[in-house]
Design a protein around this ligand. Structure first.
Ligand code: JFT
Length: 230
């Protein structure tokens, strides 16, 4: 899978090298390329922002560098493009979106803005080159799109076959079955006065499975009732 990132802070993405995705990249399964938006400017100060039309606080990202960056990426794309712009005004990113993008065969392009946001016409222009998604990672406020893009890249990347070692662990995890995960324990069986639940030491696979499902439902009811059907 090919992923491009456009940002004024390319160094943010250096951690991709050392994370889970680094090995997938070495194996040729994931090809992530990071571009500095300022490389697509032409003035001495490599300007990417300007004051907002209509007034108001802060600065807005100028459309011209974005247009040049998106054109350069589109020019050598070999798969259908999806432009993902992290945005506090976007639809909330879900595991369903991660699954859909991972399975789509699309070339993902993350446009990471800063300041008050990106000139709205950039999204209209991107829509002439591919699909466009304005996506938020949740209802809290960040200073720009980089951290959100990193989260989405990890969520999508780990669903690409070969990126995560054991495909079973993908299915078992939180959200893949609509419930929170069951609690996990490892050795020792007794630690600082806390014991591992007896059922997990019993060797009764059916009872273990029933207990885990019960735990999933109870935790989901207590912490995330919004995930349960009425
Ligand atoms: C914040 C963001 C996400 C996501 C993109 C761009 C500029 C700063 C900002 C903050 C509040 C209002 C602009 C961004 C996010 C999230 C994403 C940008 N800012 N206006 N904040 N919180 N969950 N995804 Cl471009």
């Amino acid at each position: 899978m090919r992923i491009d990132v456009v940002t004024i802070f390319p160094a943010f993405f250096d951690v991709l090298e050392v994370s889970l995705l680094g090995r997938a990249r070495d194996a040729g399964i994931l090809d992530v390329r990071v571009h500095d938006l300022r490389d697509f400017t032409h003035d001495r100060h490599r300007t990417v922002d300007d004051t907002p039309y209509g007034g108001g606080a802060g600065m807005v990202m100028k459309p011209e560098p974005w247009g040049q960056a998106l054109d350069a990426i589109a020019a050598d794309a070999t798969e259908p493009l999806r432009f993902v712009f992290p945005s506090p005004a976007g639809a909330v990113f879900t595991q369903a979106a991660a699954r859909s993008w991972a399975a789509s065969g699309e070339h993902l392009v993350f446009g990471c803005g800063r300041y008050e946001g990106i000139d709205e016409r950039v999204f209209s222009y991107a829509a002439t080159l591919g699909e466009v998604s304005l996506t938020s990672i949740g209802d809290y406020v960040l200073n720009g799109g980089e951290v959100a893009a990193m989260a989405m890249i990890e969520a999508v990347g780990r669903l690409i076959p070969g990126v995560v070692g054991n495909p079973e662990s993908l299915i078992e995890e939180s959200h893949e079955d609509g419930l929170l995960e069951y609690p996990s324990f490892t050795k020792p069986a007794a630690w600082r006065g806390y014991d591992v639940p007896d059922v997990l030491l019993s060797g009764h696979h059916g009872r273990v499975a029933d207990w885990r499902r019960e735990q999933q439902i109870e935790r989901t009811r207590a912490r995330r009732p919004d995930l349960l059907p009425d």
